[in-house]
Design a binder for this molecule. Structure first.
Ligand code: ZN
Ligand code: ZN
Length: 519
């Protein structure tokens, strides 16, 4: 939840890149009295001023049309809105902004030209360049729209003023995107570490893509996914920062009013729309769009308490779920519990179970890139192989690269690893083995569909091997957690209950090994 919308963890305050909701294009007139005035700040420039007032209960998106004549080189926008005093506990005004060009504002259409949420008060777009978050490209004549996302409106309403300056002149050069390659120099079939949720200046982060790539290398990662909120504008700048040692994949954090989801492994420039709520039934369409192109749909921080961040779209269209987001907090406990509860249900119904992933969601210093991250067994260090590994649950979640782990189940002469299935006679002994390093005085937990069935402490050097015996009749699956000591230095409290938190922070969490009874 390092999202800036995630207050305490973020450095940037609660204003974020929220948006989404009613998908229909609502003209400015439908949202209050918007009116346009001409102006003449520069010789060949023209400024259009759009003002209006939005009441509490304004649509999720308010579209302000303006006409771009031929010969315009650049569209530059500034905006502001009032922030009246509100009683404690009542949301004050917060208004996001973005831009659609003459191709229109249809949901999933081609007109998207950028989004800066609440992070910027001005931006510009031309053929050659654009403010991060916005897409450079042709400035064609026609009806364009500024889109406002008034995601919190004070009881007094929200008065806005948007100034659109149309700068004339020759169109300038052409922006040439540099996309990262889809493979890096791998080690063949191996465990690869990666962070699939990272922000840059292209949304509400303060890091440049170069700094994010450097941070990933410093964290010992093999791959990363670029997931700026609601825009693809970073896709075309990652090329120079990838390398044989670092696979960079493209993505988007699709930030709706009913939760955020990670679209991972997008095609270069592939935009995923975010203007819907759960009630709009549009999410499955966009999940399909991502999956058809080989990407993954991953609900992010599903229990984050901040406005519009809780996941309300269900998991039927998901490929994995982010159960650990940034520094370990109680909503991560909720996410793990919810995920765990769905595992046995999926196995009973013979459906595929949903793998867990962990990501840093780092936006800015001092948030640590790679803390946590996901360690994936992949055939090689390529986009498709890493996505396959995540999709199949052959992965575990690590607090940092100093945590190492191996987890297997052995029975009836066979062995299965994380995300795999072990088929054995119902009562054949199954030895579950966890080897771990990097968690001094940590607590190892083995959990099945019955809950925690084994707990053991690690020594002060943080390394150890824990072995426990079960059977396929006793356990539908087994998974492992490694916890840091609690704040007072004590280990976790096993199967007990009480008013205090029973566990210290997560250091590592595995996806399950499934135990099947041989027919
Ligand atoms: Zn988020
Ligand atoms: Zn995020």
């Amino acid at each position: 939840m390092a999202d800036d919308v995630h207050g305490e963890k973020g450095l940037l305050g609660r204003r974020g890149l929220l948006a989404a909701g009613a998908a229909g294009a609502l003209g400015a007139a439908g949202a209050g009295a918007a009116r346009a005035e001409g102006g003449t700040p520069g010789a060949a420039d023209r400024t259009i001023t759009l003002t209006g007032r939005l009441p509490t209960g304004a649509p999720d998106f308010v579209y302000l049309p303006f006409d771009v004549p031929a010969g315009v080189r650049e569209v530059a926008v500034t905006y502001r809105y009032d922030k009246p005093t509100v009683p404690a506990g009542t949301p004050g005004n917060s208004c996001d902004i973005g831009l659609f060009d003459e191709r229109g504002t249809d949901l999933g259409g081609r007109g998207f030209r950028g989004w800066s949420g609440g992070f910027r008060t001005e931006f510009s777009v031309s053929r050659e360049q654009a403010t991060p978050g916005y897409l450079p490209g042709p400035v064609r004549p026609g009806r364009w729209h500024v889109v406002l996302g008034p995601y919190q409106v004070a009881p007094q309403g929200l008065e806005y003023r948007v100034d659109v300056t149309l700068r004339s002149g020759a169109p300038g050069g052409v922006f040439t995107p540099s996309y990262p390659p889809e493979r890096a120099r791998g080690r063949g079939r191996a465990w690869y570490r990666g962070d699939c949720h990272l922000h840059t200046v292209h949304s509400d982060g303060r890091r440049l893509p170069a700094e994010v790539a450097a941070g990933a290398r410093a964290a010992g990662l093999d791959f990363l996914v670029s997931t700026d909120h609601n825009t693809t504008s970073a896709h075309g700048v990652w090329g120079p920062f990838a390398g044989p040692d670092l696979l960079i994949m493209l993505g988007e954090e699709v930030t709706t009013r009913n939760g955020h989801w990670l679209a991972l492994g997008l095609q270069p420039g592939q935009f995923v729309d975010w203007r819907y709520r759960s009630r709009d039934e549009a999410f499955p369409r966009f999940a399909r769009q991502v999956r058809r192109q080989g990407g993954l749909v991953v609900p992010a921080h599903p229990f984050c308490p901040y406005v519009a961040c809780q996941w309300k779209f269900g998991y039927e269209d998901a490929d994995a779920v982010e159960v650990w987001n940034g520094p370990w907090t109680y909503d991560d406990e909720s996410a793990v519990d919810g995920w765990d509860a769905r595992l046995a249900v999926a196995l009973r119904q013979g459906r595929s179970w949903l793998p867990a992933v962990g990501n840093s969601d780092a936006h800015s210093a001092p948030q640590v890139i790679g803390s946590p991250h996901t360690v994936v067994l992949a055939e090689d260090l390529t986009r498709d192989d890493v996505l396959d590994g995540i999709r199949s649950g052959r992965s575990w979640l690590a607090e940092s690269a100093t945590v190492q782990l191996e987890f297997t189940a052995t029975g009836n002469g066979r062995q299965a690893g994380i995300g795999e299935e072990l088929t054995v006679p119902a009562d054949a002994p199954v030895d579950v083995r966890l080897a771990v390093a990097g968690v001094p005085n940590g607590t190892v937990r083995f959990l099945t569909d019955e809950g925690q069935l084994h707990q053991e402490s690690l020594p002060a050097d943080g390394a150890g091997t824990v072995v426990w015996r079960t059977t396929a009749s006793l356990a539908a699956f087994v998974r492992a957690e490694v916890r840091r000591p609690r704040a007072d230095g004590t280990p976790g409290k096993g199967n007990s209950m009480g008013p205090d938190l029973p566990w210290g922070p997560m250091a590592a969490l595995t996806n399950p090994i499934v135990l099947q009874v041989a027919e």
